[in-house]
Every structure is written in structure tokens, then in C-alpha cells.
Design a protein around this ligand. Structure first.
Ligand SMILES: [Zn+2]
Length: 354
């Protein structure tokens, strides 16, 4: 168990973080936990994690399933799985939970870059006010995406979300506002050239010969030393990257953003929750800001594709995306004074609280 002293230091450091300052370069929490090498990776005990994040720990099933609870968090973890539940949402860790000596352990990277941002957003790293939002309608031009309609629906949802966010007072840039081809580097390049505060790439999913699978998936770029969620599927290889990508500097806030959008999709749209996942998406790799990729639904699903084909449902998808981004803004901007809020966005009204 962790002693009280590092927790106190961590709390003091948290209080000293300037609200609205530039985001820190890493998401490493203030006080490092004792690590244990398991399978060549650094692991930390879930008991220490609970202590540092201010959560109560209780066994749901001794030695196998744990419940962590706090003022605004409920996390369920199970031995030998990466599939966890955080406040009712399905989240995939990068490494499996491991039982070592009647205690459950979570990888250090998952503790720092998944659990911490989900349970204590902003812990050890300051947020920054939202200025320019870059929305990226996937595919375009000769690249249709997973079906003939993906590029069309992605652009339509992006345009609708842009309108909603602009009405709320944000500046929004689309990587494409026409049926044109852009390569992945160009999309991230547009975000970086516009000094984007966040980047969200909009896609629709497909599984050939499967008319039933439906639901939302929200991705962030896999942290350094972690593999993508899909690489654990049978027949796939370990795709861990040993070098960090530029976007890995924003792992903490990317997860906070993904969580905010994920929650809106699941609660507002009642869409099936396929989870928050990790991937080495090229479109996110070079970003100088937090970034997410959203698979809004399956165009191969009979039921979901029928819904997505309607303008009314695409408006609801756009509204969920915009609401998630506004929820994220509330978290990242923190309790700002009226004066600093006004100077940050002089030409636009303040967005209303969701
Ligand atoms: Zn796509």
C-alpha cells in the first residue's frame, strides 16, 4: 500500500497546476507508484492505484474481480482481461490485468494513460482552453471508405456537428468540406497548421457478411509500448511501437476527450457500446493536440445502416459528438474566471453548460 506522504505531495502538486495553462507534455501523475516486472512490463498493484486516485477498493469476487469506487467513479476490473468497465462504459486496457500473489495488478502505462484520465481527468497535467476544433470527415474522393456511403455520411455528420459547435461559440475547421481525397498526413497537418485544440476523425464501421453487429467504437492512439486493441484478435500480431508518436504527448487528454464523446454516444443515442479502444491510426499519429477517431456505427448492420441513412439520425450523431466535445471543454478548461473566459473567446458567446 502507498503511504500517505506521496498522496499528499500529489495533492499539493495538483493544486499548484495552473488552470487554463498549456497542457503538460506527459500524463505522468505526480507521485510514481512501486512497480513490479510481470512478463517484461512494469505493473502496479490495483490497491496502490486505488490509493493514489482516492478510490475505495472492494472485491466483487475475491482474487478475481475488483470494484473501485470514488465520488464520481466506479471501475470494475477482472483478472486476466483487458476489458474493464468505467462508470458503466466499456474500456479496453492496453495490457491484461494480472493476478500476482493474491493481488490484482494493472500495467503502469494503463494506470497512467487510461485509468488516471478516466477517473481523475487533469490529474498531474493542466488542461487548456478550447479554441479551434478540427473535425475530420473520413475518406473522400476516390477513397469511399468501408462502403460507398461512408465518405458521404462522415462529411454530413461533420458539417452538422460544425454548425452546432459554431452556434455554441467555437471555431471549427473541417479537414475537407467537399468530396475530395486527402491522405492521412494531410488531415493531421491541417489540424497542426490551425493550432487545433482537439481533432476528431469521423467514420462508419463495417464487417463484411455480418448484418447484425452494430454500435459505437471510440479510439485513441495506442500509448508507447502498447499494442492496438484489435491486435489481440486471433491471427493478429503484436504491433507495439517502441518509439512514441507526436500525439502520445496528449494521451491523457485524448482519453478524457474519447470518454466524453463515448458517454454521449452511449447515453444519448442508446447505441450498443463496443468500447473505447486503442489503435495506431495514421490520421492521429502526427497531431500536436489530443485526438480521437469515432466509428459512429456499422453500415453493414441492417438496422443501424437504415438509421444512419436518415438525416434525422445523422443530426443526432452530430449532436452527440458536439455535446461530448462541449463536456470535454468543461473538464479541460476547469473553473475559469469570467474575465479569462471572455478574453479567450472575444468574438463568441460562452457555450452553455451541458
Ligand atoms: Zn472509415
Amino acid at each position: 500500500m502507498l503511504s500517505a506522504a506521496p498522496r499528499l505531495i500529489g495533492l499539493l502538486l495538483l493544486l499548484l497546476v495552473p488552470i487554463g495553462g498549456r497542457a503538460a507534455a506527459t500524463a505522468t501523475p505526480a507521485a510514481p507508484l512501486a512497480t513490479k516486472k510481470i512478463g517484461g512490463l512494469d505493473y502496479v498493484s490495483v490497491a496502490d492505484v486505488a490509493s493514489q486516485l482516492g478510490l475505495k477498493l472492494a472485491w466483487i469476487e475475491r482474487g478475481r474481480k475488483l470494484l473501485l469506487t470514488g465520488p464520481s467513479a466506479r471501475v470494475e476490473l477482472e483478472n486476466d482481461t483487458r476489458d474493464i468497465t468505467v462508470n458503466g462504459l466499456r474500456v479496453f486496457l492496453g495490457d491484461p490485468i494480472i493476478d500476482a500473489g493474491r493481488q490484482l495488478y494493472v500495467s503502469r502505462v494503463d494506470f497512467e494513460r487510461c485509468l488516471t484520465p478516466l477517473v481523475r481527468p487533469g490529474y498531474g497535467t493542466a488542461g487548456r482552453p478550447l479554441k479551434t476544433i478540427v473535425l475530420d470527415p473520413g475518406h473522400g474522393g476516390r477513397d469511399h471508405g468501408t462502403s460507398a456511403n461512408e465518405k458521404i455520411f462522415a462529411l454530413d455528420v461533420a458539417r452538422r456537428a460544425k454548425k452546432l459547435l459554431e452556434t455554441a461559440g467555437y471555431q471549427v475547421v473541417l479537414t475537407r468540406d467537399a468530396d475530395v481525397f486527402l491522405d492521412l498526413a494531410q488531415r493531421g497537418g491541417i489540424a497542426n497548421a490551425n493550432r487545433a485544440s482537439l481533432f476528431a476523425s469521423i467514420h462508419f464501421n463495417a464487417i463484411p457478411n455480418d448484418k447484425k453487429t452494430s454500435g459505437v467504437e471510440v479510439f485513441t492512439f495506442a500509448p508507447q509500448f502498447q499494442r492496438s486493441t484489435n491486435s489481440w484478435s486471433p491471427g493478429m500480431g503484436d504491433d507495439t511501437e517502441k518509439e512514441p508518436a507526436p500525439v502520445n504527448r496528449y494521451d491523457h487528454w485524448s482519453v478524457v476527450l474519447a470518454n466524453a464523446i463515448h458517454r454521449r454516444f452511449v447515453t444519448d443515442l442508446k447505441t450498443f457500446d463496443r468500447g473505447k479502444k486503442l489503435a495506431h491510426w495514421g490520421v492521429l499519429r502526427q497531431l500536436n493536440c489530443p485526438g480521437v477517431l469515432i466509428e459512429c456505427g456499422f453500415l453493414t448492420s441492417d438496422a443501424e445502416s437504415r438509421k444512419v441513412a436518415t438525416a434525422a439520425y445523422r443530426q443526432r450523431l452530430a449532436a452527440a459528438l458536439a455535446a461530448g466535445i462541449r463536456d470535454y471543454a468543461v473538464i479541460t478548461e476547469g473553473p475559469r474566471s469570467k474575465a479569462s473566459a471572455a478574453s479567450a473567446r472575444p468574438k463568441h458567446p460562452r457555450p452553455k453548460s451541458p
